[in-house]
Design a protein around this ligand. Structure first.
Ligand code: ATP
Ligand code: MG
Length: 596
């Protein structure tokens, strides 16, 4: 390939709209161009990387027993109505109508279509297990498309679905996919970590996300330096406090403590030694920090009171959530505890209607009866607390959970780095990650809804047990750039690089240029995908572009070649330079490529 012919328009300036490195570099180095918000064209260099990532994925899916198919992107609404997701998927679903006014959507994922295919074709236990996958554009009208390919509205996904006879079969398929994902991301040269995850809108009861470790990642994870525990903080379980009150109930184990807490707190316990609630002036003190300082109480003694609008299929409801002042409400846990479709912070007006006062001075005491209060276990462990008094410029002291307000208790806060590992007790570490893949044990949610069954060996009808497994192909390309770059540009791992090598002649004609053409040919023949920079540019410009695009190997043919027959062999990764004969250079490059 000649660089003069390659359609890879580079940019000198970093585009203003690009916040993260992968977005900046993929634009600057001429890999992608934006079409509309969250929708991109993949130019030749990007298309080559995507083809390579897809090839790695295909190999591992096939090895695990997967068979590739290609389903329509356009899906009829009837299937989504059957599964119940037409109404619950919300605004992320791209909907359209055909000329007959029939509803369709552009697939954000394919559980419905797959279950529909299977219910028509699979009828016997002999046909199971079955693993079907595809690599295809998916559509999600994301609330905040951003970071370039990272969170697009149209993006490339590999999705595989497993169909098994029972849970034991699903366990095997799930493990196969878990191992295949590990192989895929290892082959892509990524530093990644599987973590326990929430099942979200897909449904099911067990899930892992594959996280590429990167500061720019949108996901927050905790992991243990001593054991294998790692989880997305969305679901990482918090320890139930072994508080005085739980101990009082004589319950050492966490589950027992949880039950005991619920009972103790619900049953208006004695509250021995805690004075009656006392209203205190807190003029203009709206934040936990101000109240804590003003009243001389620890933030952990203050209660953070938040109101959420919670959506269910039947409608919306306002709820109140409490955590200790030094903690954060975990909205995913709240949503899961309530079995809700969505939770969103309520507006000031709704809060005022429920509490009689605007945020800043609200609390759980004396709320309108229709508002259920949900509180984190740690709140239950407080013998008394400071809460808002639902009156501007006032708080209560000596509020005793159970005595002064009622709540339903659960694990509602976000686990933080430094807290003990739920498996082994070591202090957890925090990190950020980019979710490049997720595996779900779905079970029979879709088979039941769509009536996908098979006849077992005894001739009895059984629901097919499903799993669902996605990899963001375009996001994986961006994640690789997030992890592999420096101040000069991208550093592609050889396995997924658009080309392995660039040959740079320092002159655009004459013997040096001819030698470069010869080496270019020899490299191509040896199986090294190579670009010849045949442009009439200064060597410095060519070097800059080579580093920006990120070819793993650069071969420079200069005047030395005419003197000693030697060329410069340089690795993008460590910028080490070696002088080699043309033949040795070709051999070295070929062996690097075959080992990659
Ligand atoms: P996220 O939490 O990042 O929104 P998700 O959990 O909704 O992702 P899944 O339904 O698990 O995504 O989809 C499978 C994979 O598809 C994800 O692991 C991710 O790599 C990729 N993916 C999901 N949404 C997007 C998007 N908007 N742009 C690019 N890739 C995406
Ligand atoms: Mg996911």
């Amino acid at each position: 390939m000649l660089l003069s012919q390659l359609f890879s328009p580079t940019l000198r300036e970093t585009p203003a709209e690009a916040e993260v490195v992968s977005h900046q570099l993929l634009l600057r180095a001429g890999f992608i161009r934006k079409s509309s918000s969250g929708v991109y064209t993949y130019l030749p260099l990007a298309q080559r990387v995507l083809t390579k990532i897809s090839a790695i994925i295909r190999r591992e899916m096939d090895r695990a027993g997967g068979q590739e198919i290609l389903m329509p992107i356009m899906q009829p609404a009837e299937l989504w109505r059957e599964s119940g997701r037409w109404d619950v998927y919300g605004r992320e679903l791209m909907r359209l109508k055909d000329r007959h006014d029939r509803d369709f959507c552009l697939g954000p994922t394919h559980e419905e279509l797959m279950a529909d295919l299977i219910r028509g074709e699979v009828y016997s236990w002999r046909q199971l297990p079955l693993l079907l996958y595809q690599i295809q554009d998916k559509f999600r009208d994301e609330r905040r498309p951003r970071f370039g390919l990272m969170r697009g509205r149209e993006f490339i996904m590999k999705d595989l679905y497993s169909f098994d006879r029972d849970e034991a079969g699903l366990d095997i398929s799930y493990q196969k996919m878990y191992d295949a994902y590990t192989a895929v991301f290892t082959a892509c040269g990524l530093d990644f970590r599987p973590v326990e995850a929430d099942s979200g809108a897909i449904g099911g009861n067990s899930s892992h996300e594959f996280m590429v470790m990167a500061e720019s990642g949108e996901a927050e994870i905790v992991h243990c330096p001593q054991c294998r525990y790692a989880a997305n903080v969305e679901i990482a379980k918090c320890p139930v406090p072994s508080s005085a009150r739980a101990e009082m109930a004589g319950t050492p184990g966490a589950d027992a403590a949880r039950d005991a807490l619920a009972e103790t707190v619900g049953a208006d316990s004695a509250g021995a030694g805690v004075p009656a609630m006392e209203k205190t002036a807190t003029p203009g003190w709206k934040t936990i920090a101000q109240v804590a300082e003003g009243l001389g109480a620890a933030p952990s003694r203050c209660v953070k009171t938040l109101f959420y609008t919670v959506s269910f299929a039947e409608g919306q409801r306002l709820v109140c959530a409490l955590v200790r002042g030094d903690r954060e409400v975990n909205e995913i846990k709240l949503q899961n505890m309530l079995g809700a479709l969505q939770v969103e912070l309520a507006g000031a007006g709704e809060v005022a209607a429920a509490a009689g006062c605007e945020p800043g001075f609200v609390g759980p005491v004396g709320l309108r009866e229709t508002v259920t209060v949900y509180a984190d276990y740690e709140v239950a462990a407080l013998d008394w607390a400071v809460t808002g008094a639902n009156e501007p410029d006032f708080h209560y002291k000596y509020v005793r959970p159970g005595r002064d307000f009622r709540a339903e208790y659960g694990d509602l806060r976000t686990l933080e780095a430094g807290e003990p590992c739920p498996e082994c007790g070591a202090a957890l570490l925090g990190a950020r990650g980019i979710e490049v893949g997720q595996v779900f044990k779905i079970g029979t949610k879709y088979s039941n809804a769509l009536d996908a069954t098979y006849l077992d060996e005894g001739g009895k009808e059984q629901p097919i047990v499903m799993g669902s497994y996605g990899i963001g192909v375009s996001r994986t390309m961006a994640a690789s750039v997030e992890q592999n770059h420096d101040g000069d540009g991208i550093i592609w791992p050889a396995r997924i690089a658009p080309f392995h090598c660039v040959v740079v002649p320092v002159q655009a004609s004459g013997p040096v240029f001819e030698a470069a053409c010869e080496i270019h040919r020899a490299l191509e023949e040896a199986g090294v995908e190579t670009v010849l920079d045949d442009r009439d540019e200064r060597a410095g410009v060519k070097f800059k572009d080579a580093d920006l695009i990120g070819f793993p190997i650069r071969v420079t043919v200069g005047k030395k070649y005419t003197e000693s027959g030697q060329v410069e062999f340089r690795l993008r990764k460590d910028k080490q330079v070696e002088l080699l004969t043309a033949e040795a250079c070709v051999r070295r490059a070929a062996s690097m490529v075959s080992e990659a």
